[in-house]
Ligand binder design. Structure first.
Ligand SMILES: Nc1ncnc2c1ncn2[C@@H]1O[C@H](COP(=O)(O)OP(=O)(O)OP(=O)(O)O)[C@@H](O)[C@H]1O
Ligand SMILES: [Mg+2]
Length: 465
């Protein structure tokens, strides 16, 4: 069953049950209230008449004085008043109509004849009118000597009760109709959003990521649509990055291969005689193969990191020593490029637990970036200092810098600001993952034309279970 039917159905069910219970309660209450009012009125009059009789007429003969009694009792009453003998025979009737003389058949009269107040509600046998009757025993010297009976028609009361009931029923129906239309409207707003989402998701499964789910309302479904749209953009972006990556990697792989192939052809034709040329060619082929191996290693590393298949080989790392060692390795390249290269690390820095090979990989990546994007006469500064719970190592350059929009993406795999620059765009992504494996943090701040600073925080007493 669809959401709309389920929603509307449950709303309708709850409303109908509530309205039904309320209506029954109200109808019963209204009826009881009106009939009870009439009855109380009759009772009051009966009570008054009975006590009046007991006080002033107790010595007199009911049968003989019936006319006088009737006058007295009927004086203040709109109801039909009857005077009866103790055995239930009608003596007087205020309406003058005397349909039956034997009234003992009525429950109220029967009860009153036994000295107790009686009440009866029912249909008048002759006129078929609904009536309410109360009978009071007239007591003299502790004996029931007669009965006074008050009778009133319930036709008017019933009509009023019926009118009110009609109003209540119509109000109930209006409430049900209103709630139903409201729930239909409400569920439509939900199902429409869901249908939009489904349509967009369907198109996306078919491979069309240019569609966007329509956002109708700023609610949970709206934010779901937003997420879906964002996902689609990410897929498109990843697809683009993947294609760029494939073309840039093929290009990167092709360059050393072309050079190797060129040398092989050269050496084949005249390498045998020319010894210096042979050596030069072999040297270049060796370094180009190394470049190829490094590149393939980086790619393999990346896929391992991405699948979480890398575990750290933890050991104590003396940060300052470690940085100076790396500095020694890279200083010649910096000198070749004419970039100033400095390391500032206090000897007193705490020894941290880390995987020195992986950490070296991170530092080489960061310094490689700094060297790649820094012009001659600029400066690269590597610093290390203690921080709460660990150390912070920073690589700062005064190079080209990164724009705000690119800064948000440079850690993404395959992302390069300049699509044609050398490199696979994996360095920062790999570095960040390694730092995260160390439970550390990698932060990049940069400004175009001013330079870039990459900071890594590493906790000092890392234990990995
Ligand atoms: N120090 C920096 N100065 C300016 N731009 C930088 C710097 N470091 C990184 N970038 C930008 O971020 C991009 C991504 O860097 P990343 O190290 O991930 O990849 P890469 O250096 O291009 O390739 P790889 O490191 O895989 O050889 C770079 O292409 C460059 O555009
Ligand atoms: Mg790099």
């Amino acid at each position: 069953m669809g959401i709309q039917r389920r929603l509307v159905g449950s709303y309708l069910l709850v409303t109908c049950i509530t309205v039904l219970i309320l209506e029954i309660f109200l109808l019963v209450s209204v009826k009881y209230y009106y009939v009870h009012n009439v009855e109380r009125f009759l009772m009051n009059q009966g009570e008054l008449s009975a006590s009046f009789f007991q006080q002033y007429f107790a010595d007199e003969d009911v049968e003989k004085q019936s006319e006088r009694l009737l006058k007295g009792f009927a004086h203040n009453s709109d109801a039909q008043v009857q005077i009866l003998t103790a055995s239930g025979n009608l003596l007087q009737d205020s309406t003058g109509l005397q349909s039956t003389k034997l009234l003992i058949q009525f429950q109220d009269v029967l009860t009153a004849s036994q000295g107790v107040v009686g009440r009866w509600k029912g249909t008048e046998p002759v006129t078929q009118e609904p009536i309410l009757a109360v009978s009071f025993p007239l007591i003299a010297k502790e004996k029931t000597v007669g009965i006074v009976r008050f009778v009133t028609s319930l036709t008017d009361t019933n009509r009023t009760v019926n009118q009110i009931s009609m109003i209540l029923i119509v109000a109930g129906i209006i409430v049900i109709v209103m709630v139903t239309s409201l729930s239909v409207f409400l569920s439509r707003t939900i199902t429409k959003s869901i249908k939009d989402l489904k349509r967009a998701a369907d198109r996306m499964t078919e491979g069309d990521f240019s569609v966007r789910a329509h956002i109708r309302y700023r609610d949970e479904l709206g934010s779901l649509a937003e997420t879906l749209n964002m996902m689609a953009s990410k897929v498109v972006q990843n697809e683009k990055l993947k294609n760029e990556f494939i073309s840039s990697v093929s290009h990167e792989l092709r360059t050393p291969l072309t050079s190797i192939k060129g040398w092989v052809i050269t050496l084949k034709s005249n390498g045998g005689e020319n010894k210096p040329l042979l050596l030069e060619g072999l040297d270049i082929m060796e370094s180009e193969s190394e470049r190829l191996t490094d590149m393939v290693d980086e790619l393999l590393d990346f896929s391992k990191l991405d699948n979480g298949r890398i575990t750290l080989q933890l050991g104590p790392v003396h940060v300052s020593e470690f940085l100076h060692q790396i500095g020694k390795q890279l200083a010649p390249r910096a000198a070749r490029q004419g970039v100033k290269f400095e390391i500032e690390a206090e000897e007193t820095l705490s020894v941290i637990q880390a995987d020195s090979n992986r950490l070296k990989q991170v530092m080489l990546n960061l310094i490689d970036n700094a060297l790649k994007f820094t012009d001659p006469y600029e400066r690269i500064l590597i610093q290390a200092s203690s921080a709460q719970g660990g150390v912070v190592i920073s690589v700062q350059d005064t190079g080209s810098g990164i724009g705000e929009e690119d800064l948000a993406n440079v850690r993404n795999k395959f992302y390069k600001v300049d699509k044609h620059a050398s490199g696979s765009g994996l360095g920062l992504s790999i570095s960040e993952q390694i730092v995260k494996l160390h439970h550390g943090e990698l932060r990049i701040t940069s400004q175009i034309g001013v330079g870039t600073t990459v900071q890594i925080f590493l906790p000092s007493n890392l234990t990995i279970s």
